[in-house]
Design a protein around this ligand. Structure first.
Ligand code: SF4
Length: 287
């Protein structure tokens, strides 16, 4: 049985960087507290907890002898200042792609322009971005919401990093109709999600069974499952190797493997190892 890994899978750049920064912070020896869960993966969070990382929901919970970590989604400048006042040290693991959106919004607001961000207003990334231009920014989920906005002055249009391109382009078009000048449209969508989906799609037609490794509640893993199911009806979303059922692999020649952007490599390695064991001792691994 051949085990084929998708060309893109697992940790995205921003999550990998954040986990590495937390691991570096642990070397200092002080307690490490992340504001909100660092990533949406139960097993990786449990591993980090065992190493001494815990999660707080509010900056007020951080003590002066602790290291506070800002996760990849970023926070408002107010929250960052609050953490800096309270913690021994602040590790800013905001993904550079998110920082770019924050800076663009901040600059446009300083120029007295409006900012329209296409995204989910309740998402932590969006709350952080709004904090950089609170008086000038509107977050809209879709083009329909643009209709409800007041007239827009020389607007900047940017996006939540994980949004679909179609939604962003529709929002940009709707903003154009409301603006007093040609909007500055900057596509700030990160390609990590799309790259994983494209790679899974490319592999799904070539395999008999597909395992998607990721949290059962992780939206990007659920989307990966849907993409795989389009071409491979035996596609399974699993969190760990213990969920692999050897019965599903009887008579199978090729198994595909991919993983969501919050799935660590060690979980992926365990799944691949288990598949090789099941596959028969002569199973080949192609990467
Ligand atoms: S999905 Fe993209 S923007 Fe978000 S953390 Fe990962 S690399 Fe950064």
């Amino acid at each position: 049985m051949e085990v084929l890994l998708a060309n893109e899978y697992g940790f995205c750049f921003g999550v990998e960087r954040a986990v590495e920064m937390v691991e570096d912070a642990l070397q200092v020896g002080a307690p490490v507290r992340t504001l909100g869960p660092l990533i949406h993966n139960t097993q990786e969070m449990q591993r980090l907890e065992c190493e001494g990382v815990s999660t707080v929901q509010d900056p007020a919970e951080v003590s002066p002898d602790e290291i506070a970590v800002i996760r990849a989604h970023g926070v408002t400048p107010q929250v960052q200042t609050e953490l800096e006042k309270r913690a021994a040290r602040v590790v800013d693991a905001t993904c550079p792609f998110v920082t770019r959106v924050q800076r663009l919004a901040e600059r446009a607001a300083k120029e007295g322009r409006h900012v329209v961000v296409a995204g989910n207003p309740a998402h932590p990334e969006m709350i952080g971005v709004v904090g950089y231009a609170p008086n000038n920014t509107f977050v809209v989920s879709d083009a329909g919401e643009v209709e409800k906005l007041p007239p827009l002055h020389a607007p900047l249009v940017v996006s939540q990093t994980t949004l679909k391109l179609k939604t962003f382009l529709e929002v940009a078009e709707a903003v154009r109709a409301k603006a007093d000048a040609e909007p500055q449209v900057v596509n700030t969508i990160c390609s990590a999600t799309r790259d994983r989906q494209d790679a899974a799609r490319a592999l799904a037609g070539l395999v008999d069974v597909f395992y998607i490794i990721g949290g059962k509640h992780s939206s990007n893993s659920i989307k990966l499952l849907a993409v795989c199911q389009e071409q491979c009806q035996h596609s399974f979303l699993i969190e760990t190797d213990s969920e692999i059922n050897a019965e599903d692999l009887k008579g199978v020649n090729r198994v595909g493997v991919t993983a969501g952007a919050s799935t660590p490599n060690w979980l992926i390695d365990q799944v691949v190892k288990r598949l090789r064991e099941i596959g028969n001792n002569g199973a080949s691994l192609s990467v």
